[in-house]
Design a protein around this ligand. Structure first.
Ligand code: ATP
Length: 198
């Protein structure tokens, strides 16, 4: 089977950008964030779990996620966030495994902001951490998400494992500081993973 490779990195590190480069090389990429959103809207088991824990109002009459309600009730305090994650993370895990079974490339990527933090790393063969200096990460995130302010971005950073720790735990580190050096780093890792998978 393909090697299962995680690609992670803190907010604004550039992991989605790096994942796009791997996609261009033909590597299948599973985006945990996108799939989590999709599953919340479409997976009947997860939907019924969310409705049971947070109430029927979690979904609108047409079945769509009631984002405003969940933002107020599920994403507002830490203990509620833990509760919703306890439902969403296992659903993403199941969905990822089902997807991974159908891939035939030498390796595949699971992209997620939290891989070490959730323990998802345990089922992966290798992990890549995308690493960038804090200042750059804050600046990139503020440019991309104008609705956020610096305090909010720093709060998210404080909830994630520090970059240095992730670099220690990762098998590969991509330094996304200088654009010129980004693609050569991706190609080098791609080569190693293709060899390792043979
Ligand atoms: P999140 O965890 O918030 O999803 P991320 O790690 O996936 O973040 P990206 O969305 O890839 O990060 O990058 C954040 C922003 O920074 C994006 O707008 C992206 O275009 C930009 N960016 C990423 N890498 C670079 C780079 N090397 N040079 C310039 N801009 C970059």
């Amino acid at each position: 089977r393909p090697l299962w490779v995680g690609i992670t990195g803190g907010i604004g590190s550039g992991k989605s950008t790096v994942a796009k480069i791997f996609r261009l090389l033909g590597i299948p990429v599973y985006s945990s964030d996108d799939r989590a959103k999709w599953l919340m809207a479409n997976d009947s088991e997860l939907k019924s779990q969310i409705s049971t824990v947070f109430g029927e109002e979690s979904y609108l009459p047409d079945g769509a996620v009631n984002r405003a309600f969940l933002a107020e009730n599920a994403f507002s305090d830490r203990s509620k966030v833990t509760q919703i994650n306890a439902l969403v993370h296992p659903a993403v895990g199941r969905d990822f495994r089902a997807w991974a079974e159908n891939q035939t490339s030498p390796y595949l990527l699971k992209e997620a902001a939290l891989l070490f933090e959730t323990g998802a790393v345990r089922e992966l063969d290798k992990v890549i951490n995308v690493s960038s200096p804090l200042k750059i990460r804050v600046a990139r995130t503020l440019m991309r998400d104008p609705h956020r302010d610096e305090t909010q971005v720093n709060q998210i950073i404080d909830q994630q494992m520090p970059d240095e720790e992730k670099n220690e735990l990762a098998d590969f580190v991509i330094k996304n500081t200088d654009n010129k050096l980004l693609i050569p780093q991706v190609l080098e890792i791609h080569r190693k993973l293709c060899e390792g998978a043979n």
